[in-house]
Design a binder for this molecule. Structure first.
Ligand code: SIN
Ligand code: FE2
Length: 216
């Protein structure tokens, strides 16, 4: 990992290291945030947001969709990756090239070694009140590619824990345009999102999060 991030932009915020192989790049996707939101709208016109059911029978407060060769799904049988959208039986929409390019640039900026492109992308939509409890991303077969997580819309408080559920966690704000990556020794960190809140003057309705992974 290098410390030489945003070398060509003296005003860019300093990356925040959250672990040996976990880096927060504040505002990294800001310049293309509107285009990313338009991509989300196009993808979810074909694979609509839905509230999946957990194996325990609860409806998730976060609405999800996916794009890529594989999409993350949950139902009473468990969590898994599926090549077709269970709502339509159709393959998931492709990951836009813009997203793959962003993933590549973020990996480089965060100092990760070259690795395969992601093949699965979960898209989360949080209305105010929606949350994600502490969990690990461990349904993927390939942990050699870092998770690349892009935050858009309303801000959120992110929980960043250790490798065990009971480990202490820190909290940090994730804002529109922030990109967070975790791989290698940090790939199985527990993480989550506090219930999203909306300031009275904030006209944005949702927080969106894109997480790209290599699942197969
Ligand atoms: C996730 O862990 O799937 C999403 C994290 C986030 O919304 O920031
Ligand atoms: Fe996750």
């Amino acid at each position: 990992m290098t410390a030489d991030l945003f070398a060509d932009d003296p005003h860019a915020p300093k990356p925040l290291r959250l672990g040996e192989e976990a880096v927060l790049l504040r505002g990294f996707a800001l310049g293309e945030a509107d285009a990313l939101l338009a991509d989300i709208a196009a993808i979810t016109s074909r694979a609509p947001f839905r509230h999946m059911i957990t194996p325990g029978g609860k409806s998730m407060s976060v609405a999800t969709s996916s794009c890529g060769d594989l999409g993350w799904v949950s139902d009473l049988h468990g969590y898994r990756y599926a090549s077709a959208d269970p709502l339509s039986g159709q393959p998931w929409p492709k990951i836009p090239k813009r997203w793959l390019d962003l993933a590549e640039r973020a990996k480089q900026a965060a100092g990760f070694a070259a690795s395969s492109a992601p093949d699965a992308c979960l898209i989360n939509r949080y209305a105010p009140g929606a949350r994600l409890s502490l969990h690990q991303d461990r349904d993927e077969r390939d942990f050699g590619v870092p998770i690349i997580s892009v935050s858009l819309g309303l801000p959120a408080v992110f929980l960043w824990g250790g490798n065990r559920r009971a480990d202490p966690y820190r909290t940090m704000a994730l804002s529109h345009g922030d990109v967070l990556l975790w791989g290698g020794v940090d790939r199985l960190r527990f993480h989550g999102v506090r219930p999203v809140t909306q300031d009275a003057l904030d006209r944005r309705m949702y927080r969106f999060n894109i997480t790209m992974r290599k699942a197969a």
